[in-house]
Design a protein around this ligand. Structure first.
Ligand SMILES: N[C@@H](CCC(=O)N[C@@H](CS)C(=O)NCC(=O)O)C(=O)O
Length: 206
């Protein structure tokens, strides 16, 4: 059976769990990372030398990097329809997966860590505010795209929605001032109709 190492409050683990739920896969999840430790043990480092989560083991294949895992699982089970078989649609899904990792996550990082994982008296409020402004700027790009698309890679839900769907849940859950992003809001409401998203991603931030 597919094994997933990773704590459920990690955004990168949530991507994999949401993907598995979309594909209706059976899996065993092992708590790892953060307070659970494990990631620095020699056994885990043999699986994932980065000492990060998530990692999966599937029929002898060990794989890390959340977006690579999402792509692998979505492609392995194409009947679920989240791995676009059309090359152009798949390229767009890949684009948004990568953009989430290279552009959105770095912008949001200080705000999330500051407001959720740092005691109030230890917070760097200037860094949190800069991160809020940067994230809003980045999300305006997404909002403009969603003005003419129902989903990130076109008019159907695909793996391309998974990474940003996790990121936008955090953005909407943080106790911050948010500029109006009506198209992102509508897209989020579409995602929120999906039980796999609600189960794997729409959790209180911890
Ligand atoms: N690029 C990696 C990043 C993985 C990553 O940074 N994971 C974080 C959690 S989101 C982690 O393992 N942090 C250390 C820990 O949880 O102990 C991926 O997408 O899988």
């Amino acid at each position: 059976m597919l094994v997933i190492w990773g704590r459920i409050n990690s955004i990168n683990v949530q991507k994999v769990l949401w993907c598995c739920e979309e594909l209706a896969l059976e899996y065993r999840r092992v708590d790892a990372g953060g307070a659970f430790g494990i990631v620095n043990t020699p056994e885990y480092r043999k699986l994932n030398p980065n000492g990060l989560v998530p990692t999966i083991e599937d029929d002898g294949l060990v794989l890390w990097e959340s977006n690579a895992i999402v792509r692998y699982l979505a492609a392995k089970y194409p009947a679920a329809g989240i791995w676009p078989t059309d090359l152009r649609t798949r390229a767009l899904a890949d684009q948004w997966l990568d953009w989430s990792h290279t552009t959105h996550l770095p912008a949001m990082r200080n705000m999330f860590l500051g407001l959720v994982r740092t005691a109030p008296d230890k917070r760097d409020m200037a860094a949190i505010e800069q991160s809020r402004v940067d994230t809003a700027t980045v999300l305006e790009i997404l909002d403009a795209h969603l003005a003419t698309h129902d989903y990130l890679a076109g008019n159907a839900f695909t793996m391309g929605d998974i990474a940003m769907g996790c990121g936008v849940w955090r953005w909407l859950s943080l106790p911050i001032e948010r500029p109006a992003l009506p198209n992102v809001q509508r897209w989020f409401e579409r995602l929120a109709l999906r039980p796999p998203y609600r189960k794997a991603v729409m959790l209180p931030l911890t």
